[in-house]
Design a protein around this ligand. Structure first.
Ligand SMILES: Nc1ncnc2c1ncn2[C@@H]1O[C@H](COP(=O)(O)OP(=O)(O)OP(=O)(O)O)[C@@H](O)[C@H]1O
Ligand SMILES: [Zn+2]
Length: 464
């Protein structure tokens, strides 16, 4: 079996991955808060952990891997949209409208992430379906002396957990100095965080021993991961922006509520998609959505390729050049693997097994293409999620706008050359089109063209 090594944030080194239970690999990844369309940055963890999921399925067997990723559907921004809709006369109760907004956003999320070739996780729990488990876990934390009740809130007492801060390597004092913590008079320590808080009568709430209220964000993941994967599981993932405080808080809650469990063995974090040196984020307003790109005609496979070409632990930018380059490579590859039976080559598994080195895998795939090993190229493309059951319909002889513009320009130039009796240029263009795989037919209405299966974009561009 291929040995997989993964960088564990908690250990600050790459470690050989051994499942806690052979044949039963369990991963949990923090999913989106479903208040609006996903931006391109939100797609990065989806693609990174989809690649991990695919690799684990390949190495350990598809049946052996369980992947859970939650939907956070308790959120003020969801409530706000519902309230606005109700104020604008939308039918239904506020609860219905909240549910509609979550459903709508989850539908978009599925459409967008499916377009990026991401497999759906085995479990996609919604927070609102696990409130009972959260209440039970919070009650347990109170009983064990790790949480206290104050003014209708339940707070986790960070001083009750000696390892608090270990994941991110900070002490509680560092955190207080560095963080913008919400200061509230009822907190014993400024770093104490909310497990449960009261709800306005207006807004959704659930009954609990501490009154009608709702859970804090961090407890959601602790409760859902334990319900679905158990108190000890293999890998926990998310963006590096979640390491503190979200993951630190998840660890504190889970380890204190389940001292006999070990929670996650390996913590994996993807680096951020950046825009001019800053994290792409909703709050900074420097974002565009996955849907924006798809609507501009950028294919999901192209977006995926661009993400895979940078190591997941490095920050990256999105650029039009990267997308154009990815598209050119994929067109070439799709044409080569069309109808070819796929076989996964070890030289692509090896870089992936070394902490998901996607760039290394793509480099190996360029070599497979050069060597004409198309069955292996097809297998590698499947493993990386760049190829499904068949090549996508946009590949092969389909043309993009840049290509069709160039052909039209060159055809106009050929007509000019003929008119000016510059036969040398006209003939060079005719021969050049033929060599590039552009079939030109002169008709009464002007020149018509189509791309032959061996279309060579570089040869066409050389005619300019
Ligand atoms: N710029 C980014 N690059 C990579 N991953 C990101 C980026 N922004 C958010 N993520 C990740 O997206 C996932 C979903 O996060 P979440 O729903 O909390 O995002 P959000 O609140 O909509 O985003 P934002 O951080 O823009 O407010 C998390 O794993 C988070 O780490
Ligand atoms: Zn989480």
């Amino acid at each position: 079996m291929t040995e997989i090594r993964l960088y564990n944030t908690a250990a600050r080194e790459k470690q050989v991955f051994h499942p806690l239970t052979p044949g039963d690999v369990r991963i949990y990844v923090c999913g989106p808060t479903v208040y609006d369309r996903a931006h391109l940055g939100n797609a990065r963890p989806v693609i990174v952990f989809d690649l991990l999921y695919r690799l684990l399925r390949h190495v350990h067997g598809a049946e052996a891997v369980t992947y859970a990723r939650n939907f956070t559907d308790v959120d003020d921004r969801i409530n706000e949209t519902a309230q606005k809709r109700r104020a604008a006369g939308a039918p239904g109760t506020l609860e219905d409208l909240i549910r509609d907004r979550s459903d709508e956003t989850i539908g978009w999320y599925h459409d967008d992430m499916d377009a990026l070739g991401a497999l759906r996780p085995d479990h996609e729990p919604r927070a609102t379906e696990y409130i009972g488990a959260m209440v039970a876990m919070i009650a347990d934390l109170v009983d064990r002396g790790h949480a206290y009740v104050a003014e209708g809130h339940v707070l986790f007492a960070v001083e009750s957990y000696k390892d608090y801060g270990r994941l991110s390597g900070r002490t509680v004092e560092d955190m207080i100095a560095g963080a913008r913590v919400e200061v509230a008079p009822y907190k014993r320590n400024p770093m104490d965080f909310v497990l449960w808080k009261p709800s306005d009568d207006e807004l959704p709430g659930w009954d609990s021993p501490w009154g009608r209220g709702r859970p804090g964000w961090h407890i959601e993941c602790s409760a859902m991961s334990a319900e679905l994967l158990g108190q000890s599981f293999d890998i926990h993932g998310g963006g590096i922006d979640l390491a503190f405080p979200h993951h630190e808080n998840e660890i504190a809650q889970s380890c204190c509520a389940h001292p006999e469990g070990h929670f996650a063995q390996i913590w994996m974090h993807n680096e951020m998609l950046m825009v001019e040196g800053r994290k792409m984020s909703k709050s900074l307003g420097n974002f565009f959505t996955v849907r924006d790109l798809l609507d501009q005609g950028i294919r999901g496979e192209v977006i995926r390729y661009v993400f895979l070409s940078t190591h997941y632990r490095k920050p990256m930018d999105w650029t039009a050049e990267k997308a154009a380059e990815a598209e050119a490579v994929l067109r070439k590859w799709y044409e080569a693997v069309d109808g070819v039976a796929a076989e996964i080559p070890q030289e692509v598994v090896v870089p992936l097994a070394d902490d998901l080195n996607g760039h290394g895998a793509l480099t190996a795939m360029h070599a497979l293409y050069r060597d004409g090993r198309f069955a292996h190229l097809a297998g590698a493309m499947q493993l990386l999620g760049l190829l499904g059951a068949a090549v996508p319909d946009w590949a092969g002889t389909q043309v993009d706008l840049a290509v069709s513009d160039l052909i039209e320009t060159l055809l106009a130039e050929r007509a000019e050359a003929r008119k000016a009796r510059d036969f040398a240029r006209a003939d060079a263009l005719r021969d050049g089109f033929a060599a590039a795989g552009v079939v030109v037919k002169d008709t009464a209405g002007g020149a018509e063209w189509e791309l032959a299966p061996g279309f060579d974009r570089a040869a066409l561009e050389a005619l300019r």
